[in-house]
Write a protein that binds this ligand. Structure first.
Ligand code: SF4
Length: 383
């Protein structure tokens, strides 16, 4: 079950069909890491079977102009997040740093633990980094205006739909990401288009935003984000279950004569326990990866059903097995991203990188309390 109330969130399928039939629009897709090992289940493949080429081929068949990889943006996220982390470590400020790619987790902190909102990495999630880079930089390189680009995300959850609607991810009234489809919704669209998935010819991602390293790919399962961030600083964490709470995985990294403590946790119930331990001073970590769904995005609420423990395990094995075959492991090795910084953003953490790739968070508890107070006043006035 999606931790953010999936049932109340509208489908964007109609919007996507309209864009696909609009000759003025260049419709581009980005595919989240977790989708490639789960979409096939809708068409009879075993859970965890990587079907990236078929997903790209199916999207092309139903009319998408370009199909890119969210893992590319995940590589950028890992680079920006590690830069931010090293700065916080050097100044001993805003630690622990929490990861920010799960919007359900971000909203949870904003609503229930706003005292920790400044601890969340200011990096946008890969979905939002992709949208910002696509419309802000790559639209021009594709010979079109950002207004004519229609960005569709294929994501494992509905929380990504709410994220795309956050006002900070709009420029001049135009969203960076125009529509979000869950894995299940994409399967429905493939069926509606009469595409026989089995017979779809495998196709590669379009370039340049289709190139990713293994670090970007493993964002789709728990431990993946923290691992990718550590790879950027040249370290490979070896996570072990915490002796007091096996739901938390921890690793220690030697870095510049200092021990960096990293933790990963999935499931908001487990995250809450961890926050309470931090608050009570029982635990300390420098970097904490939190994913709201059990096992990370491979277990998202928009993934094919059933979404059992065994199926999540198979998807994770499929994703991490796929990553093992990839030649480049660290996001910092991505040659397209090297060019992106050289030609457009300058250095990781630069002012331009901040403007395009970072964000800020809000104390939603206060907003909620104000709304309740205001509604209370109205009700009293009515009586
Ligand atoms: Fe969505 Fe992934 Fe967060 Fe689940 S863990 S809510 S799938 S971003």
């Amino acid at each position: 079950v999606c931790p953010t109330g999936a049932l109340t969130i509208a489908s964007h399928m109609e919007k996507v069909w309209s864009a696909l039939y609009d000759p003025q629009k260049t419709v581009v897709a980005q595919i989240a890491p977790a989708v490639r090992v789960s979409l096939g289940e809708e068409f009879g493949l075993k859970p965890g079977t990587p079907a990236t080429g078929k997903v790209v081929g199916a999207l092309k068949k139903i009319g998408f102009d370009k199909v890119f990889d969210t893992c590319f943006a995940a590589d950028v996220t890992a680079i920006e997040e590690s830069c931010e982390f090293l700065e916080r470590i050097s100044k001993n400020q805003r630690l622990p740093q929490f990861t920010s790619c799960c919007p359900a987790w971000v909203k949870y902190v904003e609503l229930h633990y706003p005292q920790y909102k400044d601890n969340i990495s200011t990096c946008r999630s890969p979905q939002q980094m992709f949208g910002s880079l696509m419309k802000g930089i790559y639209a021009k390189a594709m010979g079109t205006d950002s207004e004519n680009i229609f960005v569709v995300s294929i994501m494992p959850c509905t929380a990504k739909k709410s994220e795309a609607k956050r006002e900070e991810f709009f420029k001049n009234g135009i969203p960076d990401v125009d529509a979000v489809l869950t894995t299940q919704e994409l399967a429905r669209m493939i069926r509606e288009a009469g595409v026989v998935f089995d017979e779809v010819e495998e196709m590669p991602f379009d370039m340049p935003l289709g190139f990713a390293t293994g670090g970007g790919v493993i964002f789709g399962g728990s431990k993946g984000v923290a691992t990718a961030v550590m790879r950027v600083i040249g370290k490979e964490p070896d996570f072990k279950a915490d002796k007091d709470n096996p739901n938390i995985k921890t690793a220690e990294i030697d870095y510049n004569a200092r021990k960096i403590k990293v933790a990963t946790v999935s499931g908001l119930g487990n995250a809450k326990k961890l926050l309470e331990d931090l608050r009570a001073g029982n635990k300390y970590y420098d970097l904490i990866e939190v994913m709201a769904c059990s096992g990370g995005c491979i277990g998202g609420g928009g993934q094919p059903q059933p979404n059992s423990n065994n199926i999540r395990k198979s998807r994770k094995q499929g994703l991490f097995g796929h990553e093992k075959l990839m030649q480049l492991k660290s996001p910092i090795e991505n040659p397209v991203i090297k060019d992106l910084y050289k030609d457009n953003l300058g250095e990781p953490g630069s002012a331009k990188a901040h403007a395009m790739l970072h964000t800020a968070y809000t104390n939603r508890k206060r907003i909620n309390e104000s709304i309740c107070f205001f509604e209370g006043q109205l009700n009293t006035a009515k009586k």
